[in-house]
Design a protein around this ligand. Structure first.
Ligand SMILES: [Zn+2]
Length: 203
């Protein structure tokens, strides 16, 4: 029988033996009660499903206008990339850079890294450079701020509604869905399952 792995509590550093989990169970530290790990049934499949859904919504969110405005009979539309470009052209380069990094670059990297890790494992293969891509994913995740962006859009639209007719575009609904899917991805993704699948495949 293989020896149980050791795990250190991230709160108080107590070293404990890992224990098998029932479905939906949670393992807590024996000394301080901090949550050590919990069961995520079908973690990789659920995360992959959310990731693929998020990829589809992300493409739609960037291909279509976020909002249409009708100012004194003059219709105008704005896509996310068009907005970043307009900010850059009007010398608001820092804001343009921040918007580009947090709403375009980082979510793209996060989705690409997730697909790179999960798709091969789904088909029974171990991706090359798994550890490097996993570290990249962890570095990128805090910088994706789709939810902050959504909040900004809602505030801006409420303000704009006083001076123009605001028509929410397909991309805005897509960003709303994307926000939920990113949260679902984070909730269902269990790195322990990823490493266990990796160890199974290479042993
Ligand atoms: Zn503890």
């Amino acid at each position: 029988m293989p020896e149980a792995k050791l795990i250190a509590c991230h709160e108080c550093d107590l070293l404990q033996r890992e224990t098998p989990l029932p479905r939906g169970g949670v393992v807590r530290c024996a000394r301080c009660g901090a949550e050590l790990y919990r069961s995520h049934p079908q973690s990789l499949d659920r995360t992959l499903a959310c990731t693929l859904g998020a990829v589809a919504l992300f493409v739609i969110a960037n291909a279509f206008p976020i909002v249409g405005l009708n100012i004194q009979g003059q219709p105008t539309e704005a896509t996310l990339f068009g907005t970043v470009q307009a900010l850059y052209d009007t010398d608001m380069r820092l804001v343009a850079g921040l918007a580009f990094v947090t709403t375009l670059l980082m979510p793209t990297l996060e989705l690409a890294a997730m697909c790179y890790l999960l798709l091969p494992l789904k088909f029974g293969r171990v991706p090359h450079q798994l550890a490097f891509v996993f570290r990249l994913l962890q570095a990128v995740q805090p910088w994706g701020m789709v939810e902050v962006f959504m909040l900004g859009i809602i505030v801006a639209l409420v303000k704009l509604a006083h001076i123009a007719t605001v028509i929410p575009g397909i991309a805005m609904w897509s960003f709303g869905g994307l926000m939920l899917l990113f949260a679902a991805m984070a909730a269902s993704f269990d790195p322990r399952v990823l490493w266990a699948a990796h160890d199974d495949k290479i042993s």
